[in-house]
Ligand binder design. Structure first.
Ligand SMILES: [Zn+2]
Length: 229
């Protein structure tokens, strides 16, 4: 069930490209971040693609995000918009990108589409159900190799650290997990790549723990709240 397929489009929207407010280049909508104006007049990153109203678009890069001016954004959204400056703006989008990843993991869990732990992952690989492997961001650098060698081309991505990944999956620390839902695995992989690219860390060979605002050491409630918005 591809999550992106559930995106509600306003009548004006279609699948043609959108123009990034930062670099002014036209790109496919799926490669851009949607910005809307919330009822209080603040800019809001709409990564679920579900918020109503007019949308503006920006590349998921720090440079393009920094280049957006409140004036240009307000012009596109046809109302004055508050947009945080520099670092705060970057942190806000990084947080939204991380929550998007957390939401997709939570959705996969609810669909019973995640096998967690080495035994479950080995079984998912053996049965051919595994579509994406998630390795804890704080797992040792050499932890990925044994899994990629047996994954037979199935993508592996480092996600959150083991505590946060476990919290999202409703259990204790999880070092390795397999997502078994076809479309969702692709959406999750893309969301992780986008998040990590924005954070300027490589996707599968580094050893930098990734954390999610509100997810570390929590119960996964942050992801669920974000999803329910
Ligand atoms: Zn751009």
């Amino acid at each position: 069930m591809p999550r992106r397929g559930t995106r509600r489009l306003s009548p004006r929207e279609n699948d043609h490209g959108r123009t990034c407010l930062g670099c002014r280049r036209r790109r496919p909508r799926g490669e851009l971040i949607r910005i809307v104006r919330d009822p209080g007049g603040a800019a809001c990153f709409d990564l679920e693609g579900s918020l109503p109203g007019r949308g503006a678009w920006v590349c998921p890069s720090r440079e393009c995000l920094a280049a957006v001016t409140p004036g240009a954004l307000g012009h596109v959204l046809r109302a004055p918009v508050r947009l945080p400056p520099g670092d705060a703006r970057r942190r806000e989008l990084a947080g939204a990108l991380g929550r998007r990843v957390a939401n997709l993991v939570t959705i996969a869990r609810r669909m019973r589409g995640v096998a967690a732990g080495p035994t479950g992952v080995r079984a998912a690989l053996a049965s051919g159900r595994a579509r994406l492997l998630l390795l804890a961001g704080d797992a040792p650098a050499d932890a990925a190799a044994p899994w990629t060698s047996r994954a037979g081309g199935i993508a592996l991505r480092r996600a959150h650290d083991a505590a946060a990944l476990g919290a999202l999956l409703g259990r204790g620390p999880v070092t390795i997990a397999a997502v078994t839902v076809d479309g969702l695995a692709g959406a999750l992989r893309d969301a992780i790549d986008r998040w990590r690219a924005f954070e300027a860390v490589s996707c599968d060979n580094d050893n930098l723990p990734m954390t999610i605002q509100g997810a570390r050491g929590g119960t996964g409630a942050a992801g669920e709240e974000a999803e329910a918005r």
